[in-house]
Design a protein around this ligand. Sequence first.
Ligand code: IMP
Ligand code: MG
Length: 333
Amino acid sequence: MGSNITIDVVLGLSWGDEGKGKVTKALLEEGEYTHCLRFNGGGNAGHTVYHNGVKIVTHLVPAGVFYGVPSIVGPGCVVNIRKFFEEIKMLKDHGIDTTQVFIAENAHIVSEQHVEEDSKDTLIGTTKSGNGPAYRDKYARSGKRAKDYKILQSFLINMHEEFYKSTTPSKILMEGAQGFNLDIDHGDYPFVTSSHCSTAGALLAGFAPQCIRHVWGVAKVYDTYVGTLDFQPDDPDLKTVQQVGKEFGATTGRVRKCNWLNIPKLLHSMEVNGVTHLVLNKFDILRDVGVWKVILADNTIGEFETENDFINFLFRELPPDIIVYRSYSPETL
Ligand code: IMP
Ligand code: MG
């Protein structure tokens, strides 16, 4: 069962903004995938991709669109129809072929009312994209789905037919949005997003666990978070990290709060999501700042003299079978 389907997942291990878009791009460039699928979230996400040297930020359409790979907005996503068509237009204006973009027919819709309601949020510090209200209505069974809208008919895809009734093998790159610490069940509720930002969330798109081959977990070498939680301690080095790392949101332009990499949380995230490959991004920023610190158990701070000391520490902490990549900002892997 499921042997005709192979899945690689790209997942944020932290609070979003880890650099998932870059990893997705690098994997897609290897050219082996038959499909690319976004499995959670909606317009709250901002995926930054450098395409032919041009910076493009997408919010909903999976990055497969840049490589002519059939790209599916999955059933766990929520779609703002107006924003979706704006994004299709933006991509076309960049000369990108959008004829292979699909929306799962059971994906839910973000209405203008949802956006209006979310725009009043002050508690969570949402991206005001209408996600929370859209997922609420989905679970209250009063939501609308993509297949309810005529205007979306030409984009609709039936996932089961596409993947289980096909005789040709599928190899799917599944892109997560946000990160595990924003997961509705595993994050610091209620300071979370309203979807499943986990490997389990990828399976909810309608796949058997056996289909998963690799799980690419992405984190930065320091943590960032956007929202109302207190997150950034009073440490002048973190202010420097924020500036040097240009930590401003891709979707909302808000300043990202910074902290040192939380090792226990990272390990937790890797365990629960079955990470096989870890990409640690933005090494260049801590190198430029010249400070190597982490958060250890009981919120104590560990500090290293050099990058090498930091790396050696990491290899002692991480499970031995994980493949680790050191990555830099913005475009190289
Ligand atoms: P919502 O997903 O817009 O409801 O926002 C809920 C929380 O998730 C807020 O703290 C947002 O800042 C955060 N969030 C949502 N999407 C992203 C993202 O793509 N990157 C970083 N934070 C995000
Ligand atoms: Mg992002």
